[in-house]
Design a protein around this ligand. Structure first.
Ligand code: SF4
Ligand code: SF4
Length: 463
């Protein structure tokens, strides 16, 4: 006789969940999940939390700190604004440390609390369960009505409901895409874009429509398969979780043997399955498909209440907590991860607060050699880029401090606005006698109000 994940003897049907993804039938075709509408304290908490997340998502592009957006991910301009502070391409180390700290935090959090992020804060779940699914419940009714509607003939009522539902889904998909766009281009540029005729931004408009179509396809059709089959984070659960991770768990010690007239508390009503948005049976143990949404906790607690039993047959618990009766989230793994996180985050804070106010890059213009001028001097052409990370505009001047030479700047004055970048080209003239070799090191000084604020080494090529 086959055994389940805990080694118990079970009938062949009991382990059929291992054969294939839960939303595929024997032939590999999609089995649509008709999840029952959840209700209960956990669902209320999750709804409340999702409002905050949605509000944050929609409001962030319009929040400003010292005139800067609160968050802006300007990839095209190689500029990122996080909590009002600007990070440039030159700050890659700081951004990499921030990203590594975030990844380590997610790993530590997952080892300790499982896939809590997925059920509570992931945009996919928030939009699916708290926006699109709620609209669906409102228009088509709870799971039984939806099932009957989908299987029934195309009546006028069904056509109307499908048109209204899909019309709203398309509008929300457009709204989502534009909100994402605001995160990447900022509210000012977005308002400017929508004021211009579509014919002037046909590529951007087509991309926007394409992304909206993708969102509509995901939330209207693909749905929970993102979490169960696509998301790499979901697929890492197998290596991140251990017996001390606190996840949504079925207390098999208390529930088994299951059945309406057995001594176990589980009456095998299957209500926990009917409410699950990924369609799984949590009684089979922790599974990759479980997004920790807590819908089954609420549903089982209402069954426990109706059968006058203690709530918590399904609850947040670790495998060792259920097995031994007491739980602690600390083990060698998450202690080690905490230390690594602390080191990474400290390093990030250190580099953040010690980053220079001005960052200069001076490189000889690629592809150009030296030039011999009529007055006997040699010249090289350079590209200069200066990033001003301070909150004040700076008048700047560039001088050659290692040799005697002359700098001829393209354009007029060098002045950079606060938190801005200056880019230009200049020519450096030097007498050949002053050069050590055909590739001489030269040092430039960046001055502001006659004060040296940064020096930069480059090279000057000659014959
Ligand atoms: S809802 Fe509770 S009692 Fe009903 S099948 Fe699920 S675990 Fe058992
Ligand atoms: S098993 Fe429970 S917590 Fe996990 S996804 Fe299904 S309903 Fe949500």
């Amino acid at each position: 006789m086959p055994r389940d994940h805990r080694g118990r003897r079970v009938s062949k049907n009991d382990i059929s969940f291992r054969d294939r993804p839960i939303n595929l039938d024997e032939k590999g075709s999609r089995k649509w999940v008709y999840a029952k509408k959840p209700k209960g304290p956990w669902y209320r908490r999750r709804t409340l939390f999702s409002w905050f997340v949605l509000l944050f998502f929609m409001a962030v592009p319009f929040i400003r700190i010292n005139g800067n957006p609160f968050i802006l991910l300007d990839i095209a301009g190689r500029k990122f604004i996080l909590f009002g502070a600007i990070f440039w391409a030159q700050d890659t180390l700081i951004l990499a440390l921030l990203m590594l700290s975030f990844i380590m935090f997610i790993i530590l959090f997952t080892v300790s609390f499982g896939r809590l992020w997925c059920g509570w804060a992931c945009p996919q779940t928030i939009f699916m369960e708290m926006v699109f699914r709620k609209i669906e419940y409102l228009i088509e009714g709870d799971f039984r009505k939806r099932l009957a509607l989908d299987r029934g003939p195309w009546t006028a009522e069904k056509i109307l409901k499908k048109i209204v539902k899909n019309g709203i889904f398309i509008l929300i998909s457009l709204l989502m895409t534009n909100t994402f766009l605001l995160w990447f281009i900022g509210s000012e540029k977005w308002f400017q874009l929508i004021a211009e005729p579509i014919s002037e931004n046909i590529t951007g408009f087509s991309i926007m429509l394409g992304v909206s179509g993708f969102f509509y396809w995901v939330y209207g059709w693909f749905r929970e398969q993102i979490c169960t089959m696509v998301c790499p984070y979901g697929r890492m659960q197998g290596v991140l979780l251990d017996s001390k991770s606190i996840v949504v768990s079925y207390d098999y010690k208390r529930g088994e043997p299951r059945g309406p007239k057995t001594e176990g508390d589980c009456i095998d009503c299957r209500q926990c399955i009917s409410v699950c948005p990924t369609g799984i049976d949590i009684r089979n143990g922790t599974q990759l498909e479980c997004i920790n949404c807590t819908a089954c906790i609420d549903q089982c607690n209402s069954v426990m209440k109706a059968t006058k039993k203690e709530p918590g047959l399904i609850r947040f618990a670790s495998e060792s907590g259920i097995q031994e009766g007491h739980q602690s989230i600390w083990n060698a793994r998450n202690r080690a991860y905490s230390v690594v996180l602390l080191i990474l985050f400290s390093f990030f804070i250190y580099t953040l607060f010690t980053r220079p106010d001005i960052e200069t890059t001076i490189l000889r213009t690629p592809g150009l050699l030296y030039q011999e001028n009529d007055d006997g001097r040699l010249s090289n052409v350079y590209n200069i880029s200066i990033v001003n990370k301070t909150h004040e505009a700076l008048p700047l001047e560039i001088r050659l401090i290692s040799h005697t030479g002359e700098i001829l700047m393209a354009g007029s004055k060098m002045e950079i606005a606060d938190q801005d970048r200056f880019e230009s080209t200049f020519i450096l003239y030097i007498q050949p006698l002053l050069l050590d070799s055909d590739n001489t090191e030269v040092v430039f000084g960046i001055f502001s109000n006659n004060e040296l604020i940064e020096s930069y080494k480059s090279s000057f090529i000659g014959p």
